[in-house]
Structure formats: structure tokens, C-alpha cells
Design a protein around this ligand. Structure first.
Ligand code: NAG
Ligand code: NAG
Ligand code: NAG
Ligand code: NAG
Ligand code: NAG
Length: 409
């Protein structure tokens, strides 16, 4: 038994990805041939970030655990939610400071037809199951599902990155104590600071709007709480404060060892066993898509390029979500009407007398000092908004919001 606590943190920057992939063009199904859409000037770079974070410390977990053991852990975790004391007693003892250098792949895209001295930018933080190509999703090489394209067409700049453990970024072996929420949040804060300080693309941005998707929204929300001046506006997509369906999500995705489920794309040499992917296209559909309002080819491409998530992220994602009383920027929440994870399939199922017209509107409680707070609910849309037919409509909502933030003050 290889106990996690015995692991050195030196394994971090192993460059870990499959040799050969389904697309044939990059590691682990990552289409490296595309750096961005034709209407933007894009630069992809590896950033080495020195990050110190206050992490949850898991005990009695194993990086070589088999499916039986991973499933047992999941059972214990889910049945103890939301109190978690039983789970915490067994596996997590408080917190520890974790300091590492992480190699993270980021892509800056400036609009070809935008202002020469562009001073505003969007920081794009993807969610679970994806890497940063979620924002430049181009299944057939076309641009109609690419938010980066839509933003560039509106004259807006974007910076997106592969979160730790996905895409071209490092895949640290320690899938519990290193690759977990506090690390991801610290990285998001650092990227926002770097954009502000002129450390990305040698240009200092005066206004920054973060756009998150799902777990990316959880991170963006945490940025507004922990570093309230890092951002001027935030768009939280596929998000709400309602945890009703989270246990169903944790269980029904049937997340399983990535190298077992997708052996042609992920190997045990590159990923430890608690790096997981959804068991089947249907367990993914159940949680992430609303049929029939998406193209089968889009779902197939998302599956072919699915990225892993660690059990460490899954077990810390809902921890310590706090209000952002000092955040004075603008907030927009966009969640699909049929979002399973954050609305349990019906975003209008607000309790009587709540005073809110939809579940995502409840996020307002986290933002007492926001300059503006708004919600938008695309119809016929599940959790993975950019894969649904409503994507272009969602793009325009985000663009309008970001343009408004950039034009103000
Ligand atoms: C899985 O691992 C557990 C814990 O190490 C062990 O008890 C169990 O026998 C293993 N099961 C299989 C099917 O290998
Ligand atoms: C969980 O903890 C409570 C008290 O903290 C205890 O009464 C209960 O039996 C525990 N449940 C399990 C399944 O261990
Ligand atoms: C705008 O950019 C050009 C070319 O990069 C530079 O020469 C000029 O000084 C910039 N102007 C301002 C106002 O920043
Ligand atoms: C929890 O959140 C608070 C405030 O938002 C923060 O100060 C603290 O460091 C967080 N704890 C962990 C373990 O992330
Ligand atoms: C949370 O979501 C559930 C399931 O959709 C719903 O029944 C409940 O009313 C929601 N609660 C709030 C406070 O929005």
C-alpha cells in the first residue's frame, strides 16, 4: 500500500500524457493543431506558477487504489454529505500548506479587429471533464461553438488555461492533497493577478471579467471572495448555490479510473488511479446534457476529448463556499433551465416564499455589495451550456455583460 502521506511533492511537474491519442494531434485527445479561431491572434504558452495553498489533508487514501476502494470512498463521501464529519474523521484531518511550482498551459487570444491597445480581458476557467478547449470548442474545425471566436468577433480578448491535471498542464501524481479545490483557486487568483500586472502577453489589463463554467464558476466565485479586487466582473455559468443534486451528481456520473475507461488515451504511467472520467457516455449525458437539444456529434466529440478529474477535486469542490461581501463588481449567473447538477433539472423549482424567480437567482445572497447582479436562464439547456443548441445565445449574453463592464467606470 502506497500511502499518500508518504509521497513527495516532487512528482508534480512530471509531464504526463498519453503517447498517441484519438485525434492523433496531441496528448490525451487534445487538439494541439488549433490554438484559436481565425479571427484572433492567439499565443499558447506554459506558465510556471509558484503556488502556496491551504489544502485539505487526506489520510488513509491510496494513489494506486482499485475501483473497489475508490467506490467505497465515494460511498462514504456521498452518504456523509453535507455534514461530512464521518468522512472527515476517516480521511481528512484539517488542512496543510502545500507549496509547489505548477506547469500550466494558457492561451491568450487578441481579436484581429479589436482595438490596438486593448486594456480589458476575460479570464476563462473551464469545468470538470474539459480542458481550456471548452472555450474554443471546434469539433469539425468550425467556429460556431467557439466562445473565443464569438468574443473576438465582438472585439474582446480572452485568456484561458488548462486547469491542473487537465490538457497540456501538469498532472501531479497526488490526486488528493495536491490536485484539489484550494490549489485550483490559488492558481485562478494568480492568473488574474498576472493579467493585471502585465505578466501575460506583456500587457497590463485594467479590467478583468472572469467567466467560469461549473467548477470553473466555483473557482471564480472563490476568487471574488478571497481576492475581491482581482476581478471587475464575474460570469458564473452552470452554477447555483443549491446543493440538492450534488450527491446525485457525485454518484450517477460513476466517475472511474481514467486509464481503465479510456486506455487508448490515458495510461497508468501518466495518471494515478484517482484521476477519473465518467463511466459511459450516458452517465455523462445524464448529468451534463439535455436531450434532444444538442447534436450527437457534439456529445461524441466531448466524450472523445474528455479530460480527467481527481477524486481530490470531487471531494473538496463543495467545501467552504463563502460569500463575497467585499466584491463590488458586476455579477451575472447563467444556468441552463434544465441544469441537472445545480437545479436538479428545473431551475424554476424555487421554494414558496423564497423571493427568487429561479434557483440561480439565490446566488445574489453571496454578493451583498455587487454593483449589479443578474441571472439569465437559457431554455432547453443542460449543464454543459456551450454544447447545447442555445450556445450562441449564451455567448451573446456573456459578451454583452463583459462589454458593459469594460465600458463602465
Ligand atoms: C481492492 O483493494 C482493496 C484494498 O486494498 C482490497 O481489499 C481488495 O481485495 C481489492 N479488490 C480487488 C478486486 O482487487
Ligand atoms: C457518523 O457519525 C455519527 C456521530 O458523529 C455516528 O453516530 C454515526 O454512527 C456515524 N455513521 C457512520 C455510518 O459511521
Ligand atoms: C498603443 O500601442 C502602440 C503600438 O503597440 C504604442 O506605440 C502606443 O504607445 C500605445 N498607445 C497607448 C496610448 O498606450
Ligand atoms: C475557507 O474560506 C475562508 C474565507 O473565505 C478562507 O479564509 C479559508 O482559508 C478557507 N479555508 C480553506 C481550507 O480553504
Ligand atoms: C433547491 O433545488 C431543489 C431541487 O430542484 C428545489 O426543490 C429547492 O426548492 C431548491 N431550493 C432553493 C432554496 O432554491
Amino acid at each position: 500500500m502506497r500511502l499518500l502521506s508518504l509521497l513527495s511533492v516532487a512528482s508534480i511537474a512530471r509531464s504526463l500524457w498519453a503517447q498517441g491519442s484519438d485525434t492523433g494531434s496531441g496528448p490525451a485527445g487534445y487538439d494541439t493543431s488549433r490554438i484559436g479561431p481565425s479571427n484572433a491572434i492567439c499565443t499558447r504558452e506554459t506558465y510556471y506558477l509558484d503556488i502556496t495553498s491551504d489544502n485539505y489533508k487526506f489520510e488513509n487514501v491510496m494513489l494506486n487504489a482499485n475501483e473497489t476502494y475508490l467506490t467505497k470512498l465515494l460511498q462514504e463521501f456521498v452518504t456523509s454529505f453535507p455534514y461530512q464529519s464521518n468522512f472527515t474523521d476517516m480521511y481528512a484531518y484539517g488542512t496543510e500548506t502545500v507549496a509547489n511550482t505548477y506547469a500550466l498551459s494558457g492561451t491568450l487570444c487578441l481579436p484581429k479587429d479589436g482595438p490596438v491597445n486593448i486594456t480589458n480581458i476575460q479570464l476563462l476557467i473551464h469545468g470538470i471533464g474539459f480542458d481550456s478547449s471548452y472555450w474554443d470548442f471546434a469539433p469539425d474545425g468550425g467556429d460556431s461553438y467557439s466562445y473565443v471566436y464569438a468574443a473576438a468577433a465582438a472585439g474582446l480578448a480572452t485568456f484561458r488555461y488548462d486547469t491542473l491535471g487537465t490538457g497540456l498542464s501538469a498532472h501531479p501524481a497526488d490526486a488528493y492533497n495536491v490536485v484539489q479545490k484550494p490549489t485550483d483557486v490559488a492558481i485562478a487568483i494568480r492568473f488574474a493577478e498576472m493579467l493585471r500586472a502585465g505578466q501575460i502577453g506583456a500587457r497590463a489589463y485594467t479590467k478583468i471579467v472572469a467567466v467560469g463554467h461549473s467548477y470553473g464558476s466555483i473557482q471564480a466565485q472563490a476568487v471574488t471572495a478571497l481576492a475581491p479586487t482581482a476581478l471587475d466582473g464575474v460570469v458564473l455559468t452552470a452554477y447555483s448555490g443549491n446543493a440538492t443534486a450534488l450527491p446525485l451528481w457525485w454518484a450517477s456520473t460513476a466517475y472511474s479510473t481514467a486509464s481503465l475507461i479510456m486506455p487508448t488515451r490515458f495510461s497508468p504511467e501518466e495518471l494515478t488511479n484517482p484521476y477519473l472520467v465518467t463511466l459511459a457516455p450516458w452517465t455523462s449525458q445524464l448529468n451534463y446534457l439535455y436531450f434532444p437539444y444538442y447534436a450527437d456529434s457534439i456529445a461524441a466529440y466531448a466524450r472523445a476529448t474528455e479530460q480527467p478529474v481527481t477524486q481530490g477535486v470531487l471531494f473538496t469542490i463543495a467545501n467552504n463556499i463563502t460569500a463575497a461581501p467585499a466584491f463590488a463588481g458586476d455579477v451575472l449567473v447563467i444556468t441552463g433551465a434544465q441544469d441537472w447538477i445545480f437545479c436538479y433539472g428545473n431551475c424554476y423549482a424555487v421554494p414558496p416564499g423564497s423571493g427568487y424567480t429561479n434557483i440561480p437567482a439565490g446566488v445574489a445572497a453571496l454578493y451583498p455589495a455587487a454593483r449589479e447582479f443578474d441571472t439569465y436562464i437559457p431554455q432547453n439547456s443542460g449543464h454543459n451550456l456551450f454544447l447545447q443548441y442555445s450556445a450562441p445565445e449564451t455567448f451573446q449574453q456573456i459578451i454583452q455583460f463583459a462589454s458593459g463592464v469594460f465600458a463602465s467606470w
